[in-house]
Design a protein around this ligand. Structure first.
Ligand code: 2AL
Length: 243
């Protein structure tokens, strides 16, 4: 069995469960999903400040996963917080859910739209589109204008808004696919794909399958150059947990 660590970078236990369920729904029989979230940090990630905090928790979990002998890691937040730092620490592959969903979308459509949570997180998705080279593949970005944890409040309002926004995007953007812009939306993709008749892509499930593929190909994170293990140096205060 290959252990695959799926990290919810926020500390919300309900969302960690949503993410874990989605990951396990597609995991191969040869994979075992270990779903975790930081021991300390922020309950939802809705901007640059939250991402900076969450990145430390991601690194702490990457280190723990390595100690547990996991074969690969997923960063299950649509900002892919701490992705490159995590790749320096990791031996196996590390894939972010935005990266995974965007790549999958470009394989099934020439253009895709993104439906995310708060308007202020749209800029983070834009930065990732540029970083990954997908600016010209993304036709539009939409926000349901609800906070991330509305997806776990049990009212179904956020899920209804996601559905409405996906239908609107399909009509307005002339995109062939839609990317769900939050780890907490992971359980909505299959139903929306069936109902809308358009690939609606969740990054958690996409990332799990991509990590499995890289593991099967014998591809870990390159340790040649900038993703080599961090230079050894003393880490002071609370950061000594990372040394
Ligand atoms: N765009 C987002 O909603 N990002 C996210 N914040 C979280 O806490 N999890 C996400 O996926």
């Amino acid at each position: 069995k290959h252990l695959i660590q799926v990290i919810n970078p926020n500390t919300n236990v309900a969302m960690t469960h949503t993410i874990a369920q989605a990951a396990r729904s597609v995991a191969a029989p040869s994979s075992e999903i270990i779903a975790v979230c930081p021991t300390q940090g922020v309950e939802s990630i809705e901007g640059h400040f939250d991402e900076a905090i969450a990145a430390i928790g991601v690194l702490e979990q990457i280190k723990r996963g390595k100690e547990q002998g996991v074969s690969g890691h997923v960063i299950a937040c649509f900002g892919d917080p701490g992705l490159l730092a995590a790749r320096e620490l990791a031996s196996g592959p590390v894939i972010g859910i935005a990266e995974a969903a965007m790549h999958a979308a470009t394989m099934v459509a020439t253009r895709f739209s993104i439906v995310t949570t708060l308007p202020r997180t749209v800029i983070i998705a834009r930065h990732l589109l540029r970083q990954y080279g997908f600016e010209h593949h993304c036709a539009a970005l939409h926000a349901i204008d609800l906070p991330v944890l509305a997806l776990e409040d049990g009212t179904g309002l956020a899920q209804m808004k996601v559905r409405e926004r996906c239908i609107q995007a399909m009509k307005e953007d002339n995109s062939g696919a839609i990317v769900l812009g939050c780890g907490g939306m992971a359980n909505l993709a299959r139903e929306l794909t069936a109902e809308l008749g358009i690939p609606v892509i969740d990054g958690v499930t996409a990332a799990v399958k991509m990590v499995e593929s890289l593991i099967a190909l014998g591809l870990g994170t390159s340790k040649h150059g900038d993703l080599a293990y961090p230079n050894k140096k003393p880490l002071s205060g609370c950061f000594d947990m990372l040394s």
